[in-house]
Design a protein around this ligand. Structure first.
Ligand code: HEM
Length: 311
């Protein structure tokens, strides 16, 4: 009996592995097709990027209401902003993964590939079913899932266990780093500020970890400020400090099939490779995979830490 149980587990793991690979091949082929279609399509006109019938059409976003103490919020300012405007449930709870994907597509004009892949990745991380289950925004902050140390808008979890709280001092530093024309952030600015942030976090946080993988997540998250937000400091300030979508705002990505991984990754690598040698891609810090870096087990230790602090 035990033998058959073990055998079925092994087959389950192997088939899961191959399904995962097939799924990734499918998503990245689909993404590349959308990338090519964008190359040969007209861009959406300025003022018409948010499509008719969607929240934010004509720059009119649904009412902004800051979160209540009991609402669930995450380490991601863009997802929190959607909840603060009621584009996803205002309490940030029980959000179907599929609904989240659709809302990201309509609000920020990311390609459907990104809108599928990232929530699916999150669901897998939390061992949930992307087709059937729901997520609370708080779940997204699981440490060393996507959330990591040395981010640009949050103090490390070691200092601030509640990762939904924007770190206003770090945000000020980020905004002040802008050197681009018309008060914009450039890829070089993000590399400079990330270099500084990684050095500072490594020096001060005795629990500091940052794997190569999480460095790339960090540069991906921050690169949305250059692509979707066009680097515009005035808009980014509102997004990061208030977690609000500015009045009249629309995505700066005008490609009709949205921002694909194929295009986005050129910005991500430019930012990451510009980060100074010792803190750039050149290696991992700490031991983020100490056996409980991913999934619920780590969320539990995170939750325990939060409980300790609030008691
Ligand atoms: C389901 C989709 C998404 C998930 C699961 C997700 C998750 C996360 C997480 C966990 C963080 C914290 C990372 C850290 O520790 O620094 C984060 C940060 C961030 N995300 Fe998202 N995100 C999603 C979609 C988006 C979208 C659509 C945008 C932009 C339009 C965005 C922009 C950002 C930004 C600007 C940060 C802050 C980066 C920093 O502090 O360095 N995210 N996201």
């Amino acid at each position: 009996m035990l033998f058959f149980k073990a055998l079925s587990r092994i087959f389950g793991a192997i088939s899961g592995f191959f399904t995962g690979i097939a799924n990734n091949i499918f998503v990245f082929s689909w993404d590349f097709s959308l990338f090519l279609l964008n190359l040969v399509s007209f861009k959406r006109k300025v003022g018409e990027v948010t499509l008719k019938g969607n929240a934010g059409y004509g720059g009119k976003w649904p009412e902004y209401i800051p979160p209540k103490e009991t609402d669930s919020r995450s380490a991601c300012p863009a997802l929190n902003a959607m909840a603060n405007h009621g584009i996803i449930p205002r309490d940030g709870r029980n959000i179907p993964y599929k609904g989240l994907s659709a809302a990201i597509r309509k609000t920020y004009n990311f390609a459907p590939t990104f809108c599928y892949f990232v929530p699916k990745y999150m669901a897998d991380l939390l061992t949930r079913d992307h087709n059937r289950d729901t997520i609370n925004l708080h779940d997204i902050s699981v440490h060393n899932g996507i959330e990591h140390d040395a981010s640009l808008t949050r103090h490390d979890v070691y200092f601030q266990p509640d990762q939904s709280k924007p770190a206003l001092d770090l945000i000020e530093d980020l905004l002040a780093a802008a050197t681009g024309p018309n008060n914009t952030l450039t890829p070089h600015d993000l590399s400079v500020i990330s270099t500084r942030r990684r050095r500072e976090a490594r020096a001060n946080n005795s629990s500091f970890t940052l794997s190569t993988f999480h460095k790339l997540f960090g540069s991906s998250n921050s690169s949305t400020l250059l692509t979707i937000f066009g680097g515009r400091v005035n808009d980014i300030e509102v997004l990061l400090k208030e977690e609000r979508i500015p009045d009249g705002w629309e995505s700066r990505v005008r490609d009709p099939f949205g921002l694909t991984f194929a295009k986005f990754n050129s910005t991500v690598f430019r930012v990451e490779l510009g980060i100074d040698g010792s803190s750039g891609l050149g290696g991992d810090y700490g031991h983020p995979t100490d056996g409980k870096a991913y999934g619920r087990s780590n969320q539990n230790s995170h939750d325990e830490k939060m409980k300790e602090i609030s008691e």
